[in-house]
Design a protein around this ligand. Sequence first.
Ligand SMILES: [Zn+2]
Length: 946
Amino acid sequence: MTQSSSRRLHAAVNFACAAAVCFSAQATAQTPQRIDSVYSAQIKALTPVDPRWKFNTDLVDYLPYSATVPTPLKVLGYVPGTLGRLSRTADLNKYFRALAAASPRVKVFSGGMSDEGREMLVVAIADDSTIAKLDDYRAKIARLADPRGLDSATRVRLVHEAKPIYWLTGTIHAPETGSPEMLMELAYRLAVDESPNIRDIRSNVITLITPATEVDGRDREVDVYGESQRLGLGPQGVPLLYWGKYTAHDNNRDAIVVSQKLTQNVMSTFLHWKPTVVHDLHESVPFLYISTGTGPYNDEYDPIVIDEWHTLAYQEITELTRRGLPGVWTHGFYDGWAPNYTVLSVGNLHNSIGRFYETYTSSGAGCTTVRLQSSDTTRIWYRSNPPVNGVKWCIRSNINFQQSGVLVALRYVADNRDVFLNNFVTKSQRMITRGRTTAPYAFVIPRAQRHSAEAADLVNLFRTHGVEIQEATADFTVTVDSAVHRDTTVRDSAARATSAKARTRAVTVPVHAGDWIVRLDQPYAAPARTLLAIQKYSPDDPTPYDDTGWTLDLLRGVETLKVADSSVFTRPMRMLTSNAVVTGTTSGAGPALIVPHTGDWRSAVLPWKVKGVKVLVADSAFTADGTSYPAGTFFIQNDDAKVRDALHALGVNAVATSAAAPVKQHAITLPRIALMHTWTETQNEGWVRFAFEQMGIPFTYISTQTLSKPNALDRFDVVVFPHVNGPVTTMINGRPMIGPAIPWKTTAQTPNIGKLDATDDIRPGMGLDGAAALRRFVERGGLLITEGNSTRLPIEIGFTSTASIASTPKLQARGGIYHATVSDRASPIVYGYDSNQLSVYFNQSPVLSVSKRDTLENTTGISPAIIDAREKQRARAVVSFVRNPGDLLVSGLLAGGDELAGKAAVVDAPLGGGHVVMFGIRPLWRWETQGTFAMPINAMANWNHL
Ligand SMILES: [Zn+2]
């Protein structure tokens, strides 16, 4: 950043007050800056005073006065940072609308509605003339964002004329409460302050503000904060159980699949404005962490953006440290690897700058005395001015730190606007050039493939990311270099054989008219690149912050081709201008339908989609009309238009036949499903709940507390207990039974909670009675499905004695993709899975083990009938990790793989008349693992036939 270094960051105004009239000491003669003395006095009163350290800066320790533009105090009746006061979404939005109504420098836009109908705002702030021509400025940025065909003179002109767009997003994480309050005050300040500092920002940067990203969670947080105060339980005495409708903290892990409304709103807002910087405001560690990360950094992030993270962070650290703030630091908090962070990854994958703050949380809107561990307060190279102990920290401290930092960043971008815009267009141009000149040049997604409708979903996901998709308009061939191409993804068996034989040779494969093509010579190639790449996370790298592997075509069971031949650019193709659609087809003739199960969720949910129609399933493989079908193939006797419509809408193919199928069959009895959550955590069940709703699987939502009620499970056939963190003792006992009851229900004071589920007291778990009821439910013929850590429950309380959890002290398999294989072909759980090699998502634990079948030696002298009875009750591994540790890793991190190799991934344990199906893997992980969705659905559909 040298181009504009002569323009230095100026301190903002110092002001002096005499009685009620205050003026800025540095204000220009034309526009003397009056100070809002009442408001400014409150800022001072709310900010802790300490003899050694400062908790505010000259940038924020006053508020400018305006006769026409209202302050938050005027509209809402309190100054942001007032103890005990948090603003609801409606109040935030009311303030911003009042601000926009009064100021020609502010304009409000809708960023979209939430799941529960609340509005996410996008507020633009700049000088009057810029706001008057916002669309012109947006068009200039859009031209720089896509520099294809841009001549150098125009590029130079646009870099000079355009203005960087800096988007600030508040409270995606609802318990992190300070940012919406801060952003109201910042918006006012940016709109009215006539100091040189703010005028410079206003005329050189377009600031966008989203006061609350998780608007539903914000209102729930305000409810529980108030309820905690009323009950005298301390700031987080009533924990925030539901944040958004489905996800809690994971609302910030959705940038890969853009599944949640919130993420869709963020993405469409981003693509509309194409901000130069996106800056997400979080709260956790002391006092102000500025993102850069430890690395490893995502392979697709341009080196320029990594430098920009550091440039901005060190600017803020220096400016705030000089002003006396303690504990402003960078580097050692997160890594920068996974591209799943909802706001910042969207920026980083689209040639912008994606960054975040973590300010020290104020736990609602109160004050605490800071007591930190020495690991937080030691001086280290990236934290040379560490946080300090023993000082008072209030919500206003949080607001002051955030706001001061943001003002430093805005000023720096304002002063270096041409540098940032030059970087912005250069990153885009480099992405285009890279795709044009180096392999892979394109990805081809064949339309005619086993999971064609899933392939269309992947195409549409790329479109959601703003990636251009082409469609081949004629048949042609392309060369696939085996160095950038995976054998398993070649759909053509001859090509696969060739490829396997000659790993270093180029392979020619056909592309058919209608196949989808992702050209990589486009500015937004990065989302497709990273989502289809194989991730390699070294065990020597710092501990990963989140997932290490996410290769989406493998997780979804979709075939893709990596094109190693730049002649693809000259082939006949046209731009896809609407979403890809694949509908199923029916061939043949006759009164009955045969529907092959292709091991995907669309096949698996078929019985629910034709509800009311008799569905039979083949118990074993068979041949009909000269075609072979595997076990799990569906038969529908009464074929009609409604059935065909349902199948075709799913994208499932059927064969009409008049022949009776020569195979033993069983009828599907749709189960009555309970989806069970705890009152300790709802995030992981939320993803499962979301998936069930998306796929159209009906369920009743119950809590573990329900189990101890008499006959509570009589009305269910299946209980699904998704992953929940913590030990089994917590699943059984719940939260500590100390103090008063902690309700989670709708009241006049808490109108936003208690809607999805309610209880008078969140503390009890399922209890020993509940655990016993769950066991009786299985013994009388029910199916219990557990996932991830909830699998500990049936194992540790002895539902089965032949399955266990292995100890794995050396294993490092943090959120990656690993090879597994079907080990029990007869199990209905793997209907449709015809491959011997599956790519499954697994995250470190539990590693399941089943005891071996009795061998000849240790059965000598035992009657065959007894051996038979014993074997029938033995847990069986249905899917296992591959036996050779060297073959385990597909994508992500693996060390100590010998502890995982050959272990069970999915176990079916009979118990009395029923079954416990335990997933050590996470088959329904974050709407990413469509390739394993069918396993739990198959288990549910065949609940009485396992
Ligand atoms: Zn956060």
